[in-house]
Design a protein. Structure first.
Lengths: 329, 519
């Protein structure tokens, strides 16, 4: 009898507080929807994407994708491609799980993109810090209940969920969203310290969890499914990096080739005329609307980078003109 | 798994449900499994350490008690020969008892020394050696392993258990499962209270059914503990950490504020944890030792230690101070005993000289307090004798109202305790001395940037005021009992406010580890 009384009171108390919580969350959801910023003004995706907008291209990726929109790069890219581009990449190491959350929300708000370009990096297939443990990928996004439920349903760790609820208390979006891109405007990387490169490689290796590879790879199917559902083509591109034999690149390459189409005689090459010279791109075009290009060993010239992996202005322009434009054509 | 986490909430709800629905005979198994699971959430591997400590202590306890009745093997004790045999046998039993006691102590304390103090001792030894040009060019051998969570707490339980059996105070626990539960009982495994076997083990055998009052009292205690920890301690820690971790940048007021705030932080942190531990155990039907009795209202250092971390201070009293001779020795030896006890207590808190100095300071405080007390009592008796001759004259002390005298004593005690906490919190001995040296230097330059938002600071002050009021009120009635006397509307408002204060602080505030988890 006593226990029934207690449980009944506990249920009433819980429901009462859940109602308060739901009311508060709904009240705070979408408070900043009216703010409209451009991709080069902010790192936020929600404040840029808008509602019921049509884009030619939506970019997904990590900070290596984000540099395509920092400073003047976004306009450079749009001018070269002559297309309307939305960049949904996340600096701070956004991986496959974050990319899925951002793409899903982009579509949920009625937006459309003809072509999704996903700049994939090897480490996002191995590092929890780029995926469920990524503290950064919602740091710039205003609070929306739909994203919150997305995180809960996809069983993101409670720390991530809490860090997103914290966005309720953040309203100075411009201020928190503007990140400096060190050296972005420098044209040439003067020198690459091999010791630092080795340190960077070891840094990534230290974060790798090889057991997670298959688990994270499954999110490719979800992303493909999302794109297909919303009539978008999707192309995966492994961006150039100034580190030969990057850990995990081979496995990712095999995985993407397997996912995007079947191999013919072990290799399936697509030859394309790019900027007057013939480049051989490992890739598959078998599966309709899903493409893949492994460009990790291209552009091995340090004048295109401001560090061992991020393009500078020249790198963005060169890559867009030499690779992205032909791929999109 | 922290008490203030979602995973703990889930664990606790499931466990409570099972606790009151499973038949009593399965209860110890459920609690033991829950305790081991709870511990393994911190570190899976170290469960073996607890299991080994449990087995060793349990076996030693049985062996010590087995050897306790030598007379049974001697049928006729009348003859002198038999008496001699009996005496010899008793002597051999005593030796065996001592042997198992020593083995148990060596293994349990050895593990504690190894995991907690190895690096401290080797680095200290190397530092001293280098001054004598020994081991130059060599680094101190260091262990790169994590300190097993709660090792200081459960080791003290196993030690007290063995000594209590040796001294014949308790019977050994024959049921290995129950004993294992005593060692690893989840509400207190990571940071106490340090329970005595005589109090806790019998509770594992008691049939407990759901009691509305006990459960709601326990929940109120858990909530108040969380408010102290999450809402007060964790938030003021921001200021404290900022100043203590960059103490070289500050002089004067910020150092004073930080030291006062740390005094509040450590109390709220540790007493908050204790309230949560005691409250969760209470909900399950177990009563743990009260660990804090409003220590900052103590009017003397002795009283402070009767109110602060009671389970630890009574442990040191019973197993260190009294065996050393306690007070029943010559004066210098009594002072020595006090000093050594507090020095060891300081070292127990952490493998760092800051803790040793903190303990030593308290030892000195108590010695001085004893000397002063003796001096004043002699003075008083002398005055009393004189007052027989002249009734009109009285000392200043006599003219000050006793309540005011008490407040002054409380303030002095608090000041001394606060001063000692600086050594406890400082990152190094040099930092501690730097802080104490510069905290009363005013007019120096402090970083222009505010360490906390003014609104947060004001809110913290309001919460501290609430804490003081509750602490003051609790001297007559405990908060959980007081809330129970309120009308339903007021009670529910308090619960809702408390819950939301915890939720908001958890989400938007700063989360800190429990300070005592590192010990």
């Amino acid at each position: 009898m006593q226990s029934k009384k207690f449980i009944l009171k506990l249920i009433i108390f819980s429901l009462f507080n859940l109602a308060i919580m739901a009311s508060l969350l709904l009240f705070f959801s979408g408070q900043n929807r009216d703010i409209r910023l451009k991709n080069w003004e902010t790192e936020s995706n929600l404040l840029v994407a808008g509602e019921n907008e049509h884009y030619d291209i939506a970019i997904l990726g990590t900070s290596r994708g984000r540099v395509f929109s920092r400073d003047s790069n976004h306009l450079t890219m749009e001018n070269i491609l002559e297309k309307r581009v939305i960049n949904l990449s996340k600096g701070g190491g956004g991986g496959l799980l974050p990319a899925k959350v951002h793409l899903a929300h982009f579509y949920r708000r009625g937006n459309k993109a003809d072509h999704v370009i996903y700049f994939v990096d090897p480490w996002i297939f191995f590092c929890p810090i780029n995926n469920e443990n990524n503290t950064f990928f919602l740091r710039d996004e205003p609070f929306e209940t739909s994203i919150l439920f997305d995180l809960i349903i996809k069983r993101f760790p409670s720390e991530r969920i809490i860090s997103y609820i914290q966005m309720i208390a953040v309203d100075d979006w411009k201020k928190i969203s503007k990140y400096a891109a060190p050296g972005l405007d420098r044209l040439t990387l003067k020198a690459i310290d091999p010791v630092k490169l080795e340190e960077a490689r070891n840094h990534y290796l230290g974060l790798y969890d090889y057991d997670k590879f298959e688990h994270y790879s499954k999110f490719l199917y979800d992303i493909n499914g999302l794109a297909k559902e919303h009539n978008s083509r999707i192309t995966y591109i492994m961006l150039p990096i100034l580190m030969r034999d990057f850990p995990g690149a081979k496995e990712v390459d095999e995985k993407l080739r397997a996912i995007t189409g079947k191999n013919i005689n072990g290799e399936n090459f697509i030859n394309r005329e790019l900027s007057g010279k013939t480049l051989v791109h490992k890739g598959t075009g078998d599966k309709k609307d899903i493409g893949y290009y492994n460009l990790i060993d291209e552009m091995q010239d340090r004048q295109f980078f401001y560090d061992h992996m991020h393009f500078n202005n020249r790198g963005v322009a060169h890559f867009t003109k030499t690779y992205l434009e032909p791929i999109l054509k | 798994m922290l008490f203030n986490s979602l995973s703990f909430a889930l664990f606790f709800v499931i466990l409570t449900g099972l606790n009151f629905t499973l038949p009593h005979r399965f209860r110890w198994m459920l609690m033991l499994a829950a305790s081991y699971y709870f511990y393994m959430c911190w570190n899976v591997g170290y469960i073996l350490l607890i299991a080994a400590s449990t087995l060793i202590t349990w076996y030693a306890g049985l062996q010590i008690s087995k050897t306790a009745s030598p007379n049974s093997s001697i049928s006729n004790t009348n003859s002198s020969n038999k008496a001699k045999q009996n005496l010899a046998l008793q002597e051999s039993y005593k030796k065996r008892k001592r042997f198992f006691l020593i083995i148990s102590l060596i293994l349990n304390l050895g593990a504690l020394l190894f995991f907690k103090y190895f690096n401290f001792f080797t680095t200290s030894l190397f530092e001293i050696s280098t001054k004598f040009n020994l081991f130059t060019g060599h680094d101190a051998p260091l262990l790169h392993i994590m300190l097993p969570v709660g090792i200081s707490f459960y080791t003290f339980q196993t030690v007290s258990y063995t000594i209590d059996i040796y001294q014949g105070k308790i019977e050994p626990e024959r049921h290995l499962g129950i004993f294992a539960l005593y060692v690893a009982f989840w509400p207190r495994i990571v940071a106490g209270p340090i329970e005595r076997a005589g109090k806790l083990i019998p509770q594992f055998r008691q049939v407990v059914s759901f009691d509305y009052t006990t459960v709601t009292d326990g929940l109120r205690l858990v909530m108040w503990g969380m408010v102290k920890k999450v809402v007060i301690a964790d938030q003021i820690a921001v200021y404290v950490n900022q100043v203590f971790d960059h103490c070289q940048d500050y002089t004067g007021i910020p150092l004073i504020i930080a030291s006062v705030l740390f005094t509040i932080q450590i109390y709220c942190d540790f007493s908050g944890y204790s309230d949560m531990a005691i409250g969760t155990a209470k909900i399950m039907g177990y009563e743990l030792t009260e660990n804090f009795k409003h220590p900052y209202f103590a009017a003397s250092l002795r009283e402070f230690w009767q109110r602060w971390h009671i389970s630890l201070s009574t442990w040191f009293r019973d197993y260190v101070y009294i065996p050393l001779g306690g007070k029943r020795v010559v004066k210098w030896r009594f002072y020595y005993n006090l000093f050594i006890t507090f020095l060891v207590s300081g070292l127990w808190h952490g493998a760092n000289w800051t803790f040793v100095i903190w303990g030593g300071l308290h030892g000195i405080y108590l010695i001085v307090e004893n000397i002063l007390e003796e001096f004043f009592s002699k003075l008083k008796s002398l005055k009393n004798n004189n007052s027989c001759l002249d009734n009109n004259k009285g000392s200043v002390r006599d003219r000050v109202p006793s309540k005011l005298q008490n407040y002054i004593r409380v303030a002095i005690t608090l000041f001394l305790v606060n001063y000692a906490w600086i050594f406890f919190r400082a990152n190094s001995v040099a930092d501690a001395f730097s802080i104490t040296g510069r905290m009363f230097m005013f007019g120096g330059e402090n970083p222009a940037a505010p360490v906390v938002e003014p609104s947060v600071f004001i809110l913290s002050m309001a919460l501290i005021l609430l804490l003081v009021i509750v602490e003051f009120k609790e001297q007559s009635i405990r908060i959980e009992h007081y809330i129970a006397t309120l009308p339903t509307g007021a009670r529910w408002s308090i619960y809702t406010l408390g819950l939301w204060a915890i939720i908001i602080s958890t989400i938007f505030g700063v989360k800190q580890e429990f300070i005592y988890f590192q010990f």
